[in-house]
Write a protein that binds this ligand. Sequence first.
Ligand SMILES: *Cc1c(COP(=O)(O)O)cnc(C)c1O
Ligand code: SF4
Length: 337
Amino acid sequence: MITASPGARITPPVAPDWRQLWRDAVTDGHELLGLLGLGHLSDRLPAEDAGFALRAPRGFVARMRPGDERDPLLLQVLPQLAELDEVPGFVADAVGDMAAREAQGVLHKYEGRALLIASGSCAINCRYCFRRHFPYGEEMAAAGQWRQALDHVGQDKSINELILSGGDPLALATSKLEELSRGLADLPHITRLRIHTRLPVVLPERIDAAFVDWLRSLTLQKVVVLHANHANEFDDTVDAACARLRDAGATLLNQSVLLRGINDSANALTALSERMFAAGVLPYYLHQLDRVQGAAHFEVADAEAISLVEQMRSRLPGYLVPKLVREVGGDPSKRPL
Ligand SMILES: *Cc1c(COP(=O)(O)O)cnc(C)c1O
Ligand code: SF4
C-alpha cells in the first residue's frame, strides 16, 4: 500500500507501451556497433541492406555482450557482406510457400493444420530468415482480410488447428486478434490455436495485460511456439513474459534454427534447452536453415547437425532434445533428419 503526503503526486510506474518500444528499435548498423563498443567495425557493414533492413529492439540489444563481435545475438541481426554473395541452391522461395497458398494469406500444407499469415511485420529482422524475400504485401490475411481466410478454414472440416504465423502475428493489435477470435467462434471444428511468435523473446513487453486477458478468454486449446536460438536471449523480462503466457493457459514450446557461428555447438544447444526449460518452455524443433538467398553463411552441414543432436541426447533428458528437421516443399510434414 502506497501512502502519500497531501499534495504529493504519485506517478505509478507505467510499463512502456510495446508499440513505442517497437518503433524505438535500433535500425542503424553504426548505432548498433557503437552501443556495443564496436564502432571500429563499422567499415564492415554492407553499403546496401540487400532489401532487408537492420532491426533490433533495444531490450534485445541490451542482452548482447559489449565488445564481443562474435556475440550470438548480434550475429543474428547484423547485416554481413556475405549476404550479398550469390550461392547456388539458395533461392528466394526456399520452402515452396507460394505453391501451398490456398486462399489469401492461408497456407495449407499439412493435414489438420492451416497456417494463417497474420502479419508481415516483425519487431526484429533475423538475417537468416526466409522472410527477407516473401512477398508479404500481397499475402497478408491481416486487417480487413480475415474474412476470406476464415471462410476458407471454415469450409474445410479436416482442419482442427489454426496456426497464426507471419511475420509475427503478435505485431497485430490485440483488438485485431479479438476480431479473429470472434470469427473463430463460428468454426467449432477449430479446437486449437497455435501462435508462432518471436515477440515474447525479442520484445517481451508485447505480452501485456490486454493480450493476456485475450489469450485467457479463449476456450480453444492454446499453444505458443516461441523462437529463440541462444540461451542469452532469455533474461528476467522474457521469463516474466513466459510466466504470463503460461498463466493464461498456453503450452509453451520453442523452435530454433541451427546457425553457423551462433548456436552450432553441443554446449550452446544444451544451454539453450536448459535455459528455456527454466522459463517453462519445452524445445520443439531445431530447424535446418531454409536455403534462402543471402543466408548461406549460416548453414551447418546435415552430418554435423545430426552429430550435435546426438551429443545433446547424451547430455539431456529426452524432453529437452528438440527434433531436428528440415522443411521440404511438397512433403506432408517437416522432414526429420
Ligand atoms: C511448419 C508448418 C506447419 C506446422 O507444422 P508442425 O509440424 O505441426 O509444427 C503448418 N503449416 C505450415 C504451412 C508450416 O510451414
Ligand atoms: S519471421 Fe521470425 S525469424 Fe523471420 S524475421 Fe520475423 S521474427 Fe525473425
